[in-house]
Design a protein around this ligand. Structure first.
Ligand code: PAF
Length: 289
């Protein structure tokens, strides 16, 4: 597994793989890898021949400088896990390589100013800008993003479509701990009872599924039932519980053909998110979470 730090060296490495007719797969990360990230590589490998992973803690997407400073980092551990998962090349740039004199940015305000965007102003502008740069640096055929960050996955799909990036985006299922908590690099910050209590996020999605299977599809019934379950887990604050259209991320009164039920809450100082995609197939609804 090769580790590359500069954009020029990346372009050379990718050109070489392309002359060998390799299809390039790409997983963007901020490191501190867990099974969720590795599952993205496994999916990428099913579609492509050469796996690239970026590890870059992107300052531009942190609206809170303390969150950036305390974001967990362990590159040696990441290298070992990535190699074991079959990554061929790691792109590990530093800040100056990525952002010297940068003035250009990408945003889709209509889709980024609410849900996670309200609590984290500027976050998705940072995400879209860095992901667009990484796509131009890595030039992948396929890139895989996790359903866990559903707003991120949906806006990246929209950016790729709107700006005609020549690649396919795959949205991969959420990987969970055995008690249902969605895996996240931030889970390491959960202390004491907060770790156990945080499973109420998953429980609230299960409750929503139960209601949906009983034919209840109205947001004004599903959301209060979920709120009761999350409140019982004693979060410091519930940030949002929303039902939105998958394509536009706009709130809906009742489930449509493809919707997302998304939750965000603080446990201690740690902000956690989780979600479920609900798709109408024929007359019934399928829940994926
Ligand atoms: O999901 C993440 O880890 C980040 O938002 C990403 C996509 C790597 C961009 O920095």
């Amino acid at each position: 597994m090769e580790i590359i730090h500069t954009i020029d060296a990346m372009h050379d490495a990718i050109k070489k793989e392309r002359t060998n007719n390799k299809r390039i797969g790409f997983v963007a990360t901020m490191g501190y890898l867990h099974q969720g990230h590795l599952s993205l590589i496994h999916i990428c490998k099913q579609h492509t021949d050469f796996q690239v992973m970026s590890i870059f803690v992107n300052k531009m997407q942190f609206n809170d400088p303390r969150d950036y400073d305390t974001y967990p980092r362990n590159y040696d551990r990441d290298f070992a896990l990535a190699k074991e998962a079959g990554v061929d090349l790691i792109f590990l740039p530093d800040d100056s390589e990525m952002y010297q004199n940068r003035l250009t940015y990408i945003d889709i305000e209509m889709m980024t100013s609410f849900l996670c965007g309200s609590a984290r102003p500027g976050h998705f502008r940072g995400v879209l800008t860095v992901v667009a740069k990484l796509f131009n640096i890595v030039q992948p055929d396929v890139s895989v993003f996790g359903q866990k960050d559903i707003q991120q996955a949906v806006i990246i799909q929209k950016m790729v479509k709107d700006l005609n990036f020549p690649l396919a985006i795959i949205v991969a299922p959420i990987i969970r701990e055995s008690d249902g908590l969605a895996m996240s690099s931030r889970n390491v910050h959960l202390k004491g009872d907060d770790r156990t209590n945080a499973t109420c996020m998953y429980q609230s999605l299960k409750k929503a599924e139960e209601l949906i299977q009983h034919g209840i599809i109205q947001a004004n019934t599903i959301i209060p039932a979920m709120t009761d379950i999350i409140a019982a887990g004693k979060p410091k604050k519930i940030d949002y519980i929303s039902i939105v259209d998958y394509e536009t991320l706009q709130p809906v009164d009742s489930l449509k053909d493809k919707s997302v039920i998304a939750v965000a809450a603080f446990f201690g100082t740690t902000r956690l998110i989780d979600n479920m995609i609900v798709e109408k197939i024929g007359d019934s609804f399928t829940c994926v979470y």
